[in-house]
Ligand binder design. Structure first.
Ligand code: AMP
Length: 443
């Protein structure tokens, strides 16, 4: 990363920005965007209770599927830039629709979102572009799945082809378990998302997330991040949407990043261009650093959560210009992001029972917390009639801090977590264990 600071401007009106989504990711985007002096107002549809604590932020309650009402409201509010957070509206073509109505939109169209909403399409895309990824078989029936599973000499991973809220991936320990996973998908566990199944060679290595902001041709890379997907400490237990993260990831050395750029990021963008996909948004590269080099595990067409909450505090007030430039197709590609001075860490406070069933509606008490380089981005909260903050999701709060090193970061995060309390609060104590020099597990 460079030591210079970002030195680019917008000459366009950028007073009113709209964010679509309701999680910690969208709150952290709103928080980073409002830092810019040109931005007067950040609207969020629908946001959550935490959005109301963010400066310049206002929630709007409109159904984004009611497109006429949506557009009328956006004209009325004189929205200068729309940022679409989650994958579902992107997969449904909201980006295309708003662009046709002449809005500047950060977020790919339906064609680009396919990188995420069809795993088999993404694998074929990588094959076409010669991008390193695990070998795979797309199967359309349990009979075909059975043939592949029982004839494969090596262990396989089973994935529902479509969007399954991060729950459609199984990592079985035996061929029978593998077969049962495929069976459950074809039985309709994920509805239409399971019409096809991708069977993938199981690969090994540490994982890292890289985000490239793309304007259709050029790109800018954000600081890398590593997240903790598993529910329990020592990275055990079921997969979740993410229980915490840290950024940047020291694992990603300059040499490794150079390889990723050359073998993965640039070929991805070139292939998008070749396929006439005008991708204006973020491409999330979920990577595994294997013995034979970095390989793509998955693409997402939006920011990861909680990586986004972790990275946003490292951005300066020019961040919104990057999003705007992507939306307009005029990145120069050499915009600089200075993150040399700080590192960031995030721990998710979840609801007991998550990622399975959990209860909501418990009052959240937040005591006096350390606010210097610390943020709380609400992931799933609501307000009661008396304006009391309540739990309203599996993941409830994202507690994020920055400092000179990861030990200092996580000391602050965990100190703040002690000041937060609600019925059934659950969080991992070992987030960032790989990068905390002073950390050791008890017993
Ligand atoms: P995905 O939703 O595709 O990112 O998968 C969720 C998690 O499953 C990843 O973060 C990996 O830990 C694991 N995973 C996915 N694909 C593979 C693979 N081919 N080999 C090993 N682990 C995998």
């Amino acid at each position: 990363m460079s030591n210079k600071s970002t030195n680019f401007k917008s000459f366009n009106r950028l007073e009113n920005v709209l964010i679509i989504g309701n999680g910690g990711r969208e709150n952290s985007l709103a928080w980073a965007i409002q830092k810019n002096k040109l931005v007067k107002k950040v609207y969020i549809i629908p946001g959550n209770a935490g959005s109301e604590r963010i400066k310049k932020c206002e929630r709007i309650n409109i159904d984004i599927n009611n497109k006429n009402t949506l557009v009328e409201n956006l004209y009325f509010l004189k929205i200068d830039l729309v940022v679409i957070g989650p994958e579902i509206p992107l997969a449904n073509g909201l980006g295309d629709f708003l662009r046709k109505k002449n809005f500047k939109v950060f977020g790919p169209g339906q064609d680009g979102a396919r990188l995420e909403y069809s795993k088999s399409w993404a694998k074929e895309f990588m094959q076409d572009a010669n991008i390193p990824t695990a070998n795979f078989w797309k199967v359309n029936s349990l009979v075909d799945a059975k043939k592949v599973i029982y004839s494969s000499p090596s262990p396989l991973v089973v994935k529902a082809d479509g969007l399954a809220s991060g729950k459609g991936v199984f990592i079985p320990n035996s061929k029978d378990e593998c077969f049962r996973a495929a069976e459950s998908i074809f039985d309709g566990k994920f509805g239409k998302a399971g019409n096809a199944v991708v069977l993938e060679e199981k690969i090994r290595g540490p994982e890292v997330s890289v985000f490239a902001l793309c304007d259709g041709e050029r790109y800018v890379i954000l600081p890398s991040a590593q997240d903790h997907k598993r529910l329990n400490e020592r990275d055990k237990g079921p997969n979740t949407g993410g229980m915490g993260a840290y950024s940047p990831a020291p694992l990603l050395t300059k040499d490794c990043l150079d390889k990723i750029i050359k073998r993965i990021i640039e070929p991805t963008i070139n292939e998008l261009i070749k396929k006439k996909i005008d991708y204006k948004g973020v491409i999330y590269f979920g990577l595994m650093i294997t013995e034979s080099g970095p390989k793509v595990i998955e693409y997402n067409c939006r920011f990861g959560d909680p990586e986004c909450q972790t990275i946003m505090p490292l951005m300066d007030q020019n961040f919104v210009f990057l999003l705007e430039k992507c939306s307009m197709g005029n990145l120069t590609g050499d915009e600089l992001i200075d993150t040399s001075h700080k590192v960031s860490g995030c721990v998710i406070a979840a609801s007991e029972g998550y990622p399975k069933e959990y209860k909501t509606g418990f009052p959240i008490k937040i005591g006096e917390i350390d606010t210097s380089d610390c943020q709380i981005f609400d992931s799933g909260t609501s307000l009661s009639k008396n304006d009391e903050l309540l739990t309203d999701g599996g993941r409830v709060l994202s507690i994020v801090c920055q400092d000179k090193n990861f030990d200092m970061v996580f000391e602050k995060v965990y100190k703040n977590l002690k000041k937060i309390n609600y019925n059934g609060m659950y969080f991992r104590n070992d987030i960032g264990h790989q990068v905390r020099k002073n950390f050791s597990w008890e017993n």
